[in-house]
Design a protein around this ligand. Structure first.
Ligand code: ATP
Length: 810
C-alpha cells in the first residue's frame, strides 16, 4: 500500500478494495477498524520548546536586529571596542525568544484543549451514502470528501501588526540614514553615529506586538469556555468583538423550549385549559383530538414505581403527552392499543408530521399534526360536534382567526387532523398520506421567554447591535415574543419566508435593516438574510442547529451552533458552539470579544507610544548633536524585557463599564483610529521627553555615562507608571481598582525589579555601561517617572485624552 500518488483512481480503489461512488460496507469498515485500529496518532507530536524558541527568530523585526548586532560587532572590532555590545544584543534577543516561546506554547496548549472539546469529523462515503464520522474512525479504503479548510494560526490583527512592524522597520531605516548623515556632518566618529543609528532601528520596532494579540485572544478563548461558548477558531474572538447584528433562532435560544398546552380549539370554540381543575370527562371529539396529537409524535413517557412520570423528546411533543396525562390519556398505553405502522417524519420545510396507526383489523388511521396553515392546506373536511362535514371557507376563516388570537398571546399553535384508511398504501408518500384530511382542532402551547433574554436583548441595543429573530414559528407568535423581549421595536417590520422569497436581492439589501422578525422561514432563507446584512458592511452572528443551517453558519461572520440540540454538521460549520443554547451567551461572548479587542488596543497603544518616545528622544538628540542618550542595549532591554510583561498583562484588564454602551468598532477603521493615533503621538512625545530631561541633567552633572544612566532609569520607570494610564481613555487612573488586574501588578513589580537590578548590581551595571546613581539622582529619577501619571491625568481632566466618540460611546 504505497505510491498511491503514482496510481490511477481505479488502480488505487482496486488495491484498497473499495468503490469510489459507493465506499466501503459497514461490515468491511468494522473489519478494517479491528485490523488497523483507529485513525489516531499515538500521542500527537507536540512542537518542542526549542523549535518554538527558534521560530521566534523568523520575525522580520528580529532579523533586522540580528543584522544590526552583527554590523555593530564588525564596526566595534574595527574601532577596537570589542564584541560586548553584540553579545548583549544577542543575549537580550535570546531572553525575548524565551518569553515569546513560553507564551506561544501556553496559547497553543489552551487551543489544544479546545480542539479536544470539538473533536474533528470527516465526511466519508460508505454504503453509497455520504455521512459524517469522527476522523478517528476512518479506515484504509474509506472515500473521504475533502473540503477547503481554513484550521488559521495568525489572526487578522496579528497580520496587521506584522505589517505595521515592517512599515516601522522601513521607516526606521530611513530615519537611520538621516541620523547618519546629520551625525557625520557634525564630524562625529563613524562608530558613534552608527551606534546611534542602530539604537534608533531598535527603538522603532515594536517587538512584542504580534505576541500580545495572540496571547490575548488565547486567554479570551479560555475565559469564554467558562461562559458556555466554545470558540473553534482563534480569530473569531476578534470578530465577535466587532459584531453588529445577531440573528437568532427563537425556540430554545430566546425561549425556554419548555412547552405547555394552555388553549384548545374544538367545534369553533376556544377554551383556556384549567390545568388546576381539568374537566373530568372529555367528549368523543376532544378525546379524538388528544389521541391523534399524542400518537403522531416521537416523544416518550415513562412511569416509575411511585407513579412519577418523565417525558423525553421534542418539547413540542412532550407538551402534548403532558396534556394527555392531565386527562388520563397516556401515550405508552395508547400505543399498545393503536400501534404505529408507518410514519412521515416532521421536517421544518413541510412543518407537518404524520403517523399511520393500526385502529382495528383492516382499519388504520392517519394522524397529522403541524403548523395551522400547513395542515389546513391538506384538509377538506372538518369534525364538528361528532359529525364530519366539508371544510368550508367560513370554517377556514374561523380557524385562522382562532389561530391568530392564540398566536397574539405568543402561543405556538398546532393543528391536528386525521383520516381513516382501510389499508396501508403500498407506496407511502406525503401526497398520498397528507391529503383529504379531516380537521380536528387546534392546540395552543406557551413557551416562555428565557428570563435572561430580555436583558441580553436590551444590552445588544445599547451596544449598537441589532438583534434579529429568525424562526420557523408562525409570524404572529414570533412577533408577540419578539415584542415582549424587545427584539421587535416600533417601526420594525416582520416578514415570513414566503414573503421574503418574493423580494428582489436589491430590495432586501436596501431594506434589511428594517426587518427584526423573520417567521416561517426555511434554513436556506438564512443565507440570504446574512448576505444582505453583509452587503451593507455588517458583521453578522447567526445561530443554527440543523444540518441545513450549515451554509448560513458558514456564511455568517460568526456562526454559532447550538451545543445541546445542534447537529454535528452545524457544529462543524460554526465558529462558536453555545454549550447552553442560550442567546444571552452570544451577547456575553460579544462582550468578551470587545474586552479582548480593547485590551489588545491598550497594549498596542502602550508599546507604540514607547517606540515613538524613543524615536523622538534619539531624533532630538541627534539633530542637536547632544550625544547618544541610550545605547541600543538599553532600548532593547526596555522594549523586549521590561515593557513586554506589562503589555501582556494588559490583556487581563477587566471590561470597561461602558463596554456594552458604545457602538461596535468599525472593523474597516483598523486599529489605528483617530483617538489611538493622537494618544500614541502625544504620550510618545511625553515618554520621550522624560529621559531627554534626565539625560541632559546627567550630562551636565556627570558626563555621558551618567546622562545615559538617568535616561535609561527614567525610561524604564516612566513606562511602568504610564501603563497604569492605559486602563481607560476617559476615566482617571485613580478610579480604577488595581486589584482587578493582579497580573498587571505582578508584571509591573517584576519589570521594576529587572530594571532595578540592572541599575544597582555593579556587575550588570558594568555590562550595560551604566553608572551608579546617588540619592539625589534617584529622587530625580523617581520624580520624573511620575510625570506620565500627572500629565495624562490633567489631559483626561481637560477631556483631551479621547475623541468625542470614545467618550460618548457613539
Ligand atoms: P426556531 O425558532 O428555533 O427556528 P421552531 O421550533 O420555531 O424553531 P421548527 O422546529 O422548524 O421551528 O418548527 C416550525 C413549525 O413547525 C412550528 O411552528 C410548528 O407549527 C411546527 N412543528 C414544530 N414541531 C413540530 C412537530 N414535532 N410536529 C409537527 N409540527 C411541528
Amino acid at each position: 500500500m504505497k505510491d498511491f500518488y503514482n496510481q490511477s483512481i481505479e488502480d488505487s480503489s482496486e488495491s484498497l478494495n473499495t468503490k469510489i461512488n459507493h465506499g466501503l460496507s459497514n461490515a468491511e469498515v468494522q473489519a478494517r477498524l479491528e485490523k488497523y485500529g483507529p485513525n489516531e496518532l499515538k500521542g500527537k507530536e507536540k512542537k518542542s520548546f526549542w523549535i518554538v524558541f527558534l521560530q521566534q527568530f523568523k520575525s522580520f523585526m528580529i532579523i533586522v536586529l540580528i543584522i544590526a548586532a552583527i554590523i555593530s560587532g564588525v564596526v566595534g572590532v574595527m574601532e577596537g571596542e570589542g564584541l560586548l555590545e553584540t553579545f548583549i544584543i544577542l543575549g537580550i534577543l535570546i531572553v525575548n525568544a524565551f518569553i515569546g516561546a513560553y507564551q506561544e506554547l501556553k496559547a497553543e496548549s489552551s487551543l489544544e484543549a479546545l480542539k479536544k472539546l470539538a473533536a474533528p469529523e470527516s465526511k466519508v462515503i460508505r454504503e453509497g451514502q455520504t455521512i459524517q464520522i469522527a476522523s478517528s474512525q476512518i479506515v484504509p479504503g474509506d472515500i473521504v470528501i475533502l473540503d477547503t479548510g481554513a484550521d488559521e494560526t495568525l489572526t487578522p490583527m496579528a497580520i496587521r501588526l506584522e505589517k505595521l512592524g515592517k512599515v516601522l522597520g522601513i521607516g526606521a531605516l530611513v530615519i537611520c540614514i538621516i541620523i547618519f548623515i546629520v551625525g557625520i556632518s557634525y564630524g562625529n566618529s563613524i562608530m558613534s553615529v552608527f551606534m546611534l543609528a542602530v539604537s534608533l532601528a531598535v527603538a522603532a520596532i515594536p517587538e512584542g506586538l504580534p505576541a500580545v494579540s495572540t496571547v490575548a485572544l488565547a486567554i479570551g478563548v479560555q475565559r469564554l469556555v467558562k461562559k458556555n461558548a466554545i470558540i473553534r477558531k482563534l480569530p473569531s474572538v476578534e470578530t465577535l468583538g466587532s459584531a453588529t447584528v445577531i440573528c437568532s433562532d427563537k425556540t430554545g435560544t430566546l425561549t425556554q423550549n419548555k412547552m405547555t398546552v394552555v388553549d384548545a380549539y374544538i367545534n369553533h370554540t376556544l377554551d383556556v385549559i384549567d390545568r388546576e381543575n381539568p374537566a373530568s370527562q372529555l367528549n368523543q371529539q376532544e378525546t379524538g383530538l388528544l389521541m391523534a396529537s399524542i400518537l403522531c409524535g416521537d416523544a416518550e413517557m415513562s412511569q416509575n414505581a411511585e407513579g412519577q412520570i418523565t417525558f423525553t423528546g421534542d418539547p413540542t411533543e412532550t407538551a402534548l403527552l403532558d396534556f394527555g396525562v392531565l386527562y388520563h390519556i397516556k401515550k405508552n398505553e395508547l400505543e399498545k392499543t393503536y400501534p404505529r405502522v408507518d410514519e412521515i417524519p416532521f421536517d421544518s420545510e413541510r412543518k407537518r408530521m404524520s403517523t399511520i396507526n393500526k385502529w382495528a383489523d383492516n382499519q388504520f388511521q392517519v394522524n397529522v399534526k403541524g403548523g395551522v396553515d400547513e395542515v389546513l392546506s391538506v384538509c377538506d373536511k372538518i369534525m364538528l360536534h361528532g359529525e364530519i362535514k366539508p371544510l368550508s371557507e367560513e370554517d377556514i376563516e374561523k380557524i385562522v382567526a382562532a389561530n391568530e388570537k392564540m398566536a397574539l398571546s405568543a402561543l405556538r399553535v398546532l393543528a391536528v387532523a386525521y383520516k381513516p384508511l382501510d389499508k396501508i398504501p403500498s407506496n407511502i408518500s406525503v401526497e398520498l398520506v397528507e391529503d383529504h384530511l379531516i380537521f380536528l382542532g387546534l392546540l395552543g402551547m406557551i413557551d416562555p421567554a428565557r428570563p435572561e433574554a430580555m436583558a441580553a436583548v436590551a444590552q445588544c441595543i445599547t451596544a449598537g447591535i441589532k438583534p434579529v429573530m429568525i424562526t420557523g414559528d408562525h409570524k404572529i407568535t414570533a412577533l408577540a415574543i419578539a415584542q415582549k423581549i424587545g427584539i421587535h421595536r416600533e417601526g420594525d417590520l416582520a416578514i415570513t419566508g414566503n414573503e421574503l422569497e418574493k423580494l428582489s436581492e436589491e430590495y432586501l439589501q436596501q431594506n434589511v435593516q428594517n426587518y427584526s422578525v423573520y417567521a416561517r422561514v426555511a434554513p436556506e432563507h438564512k443565507v440570504r438574510i446574512v448576505k444582505a446584512w453583509q452587503y451593507n458592511g455588517h458583521i453578522v452572528a447567526m445561530t443554527g442547529d440543523g444540518v441545513n443551517d450549515a451554509p448560513a453558519l458558514k456564511q455568517a461572520d460568526i456562526g454559532a451552533a447550538m451545543g445541546i440540540v445542534g447537529t454535528d454538521v452545524a457544529k462543524g460549520a460554526a465558529d462558536m458552539v453555545l454549550t447552553d443554547d442560550n442567546f444571552a451567551t452570544i451577547v456575553a461572548a460579544v462582550k468578551e470579544g470587545r474586552r479582548i479587542n480593547d485590551n489588545i488596543m491598550k497594549a498596542i497603544q502602550f508599546l507604540l507610544s514607547t517606540n515613538i518616545g524613543e524615536i523622538f528622544l534619539l531624533l532630538i538628540t541627534s539633530i542637536f548633536n547632544l550625544g547618544v542618550p541610550l545605547l541600543s542595549i538599553h532600548i532593547l532591554w526596555v522594549n523586549l524585557v521590561t515593557d513586554s510583561l506589562p503589555a501582556l498583562a494588559l490583556s487581563m484588564d477587566p471590561a470597561e463599564d461602558n463596554i456594552m454602551k458604545r457602538k461596535p468598532n468599525n472593523s474597516a477603521d483598523g486599529f489605528l483610529t483617530k483617538g489611538m493615533i493622537w494618544r500614541i503621538v502625544y504620550q510618545g512625545i511625553m515618554i520621550g521627553s522624560i529621559p531627554l530631561v534626565a539625560f541632559l541633567i546627567g550630562l551636565r552633572d556627570g558626563g555621558l555615562a551618567l546622562g545615559q544612566t538617568m535616561a535609561f532609569a527614567t525610561l524604564c520607570f516612566a513606562q511602568l507608571t504610564q501603563v497604569t494610564n492605559i486602563h481607560s481613555h476617559t476615566r482617571s487612573t485613580f478610579t480604577h481598582n488595581p486589584l482587578k488586574n493582579k497580573t498587571l501588578i505582578l508584571a509591573i513589580l517584576v519589570s521594576f525589579l529587572l530594571a532595578f537590578l540592572v541599575l544597582i548590581v555593579p556587575q550588570i551595571r558594568e555590562i550595560f555601561k551604566l553608572e551608579a546613581l546617588n540619592l539625589e539622582q534617584w529622587k530625580l529619577v523617581i520624580l520624573l517617572s511620575l510625570v506620565p501619571i500627572a500629565v495624562v491625568e490633567i489631559i483626561k481632566l481637560l477631556g483631551l485624552n479621547s475623541t468625542k466618540a470614545e467618550k460618548t460611546g457613539h
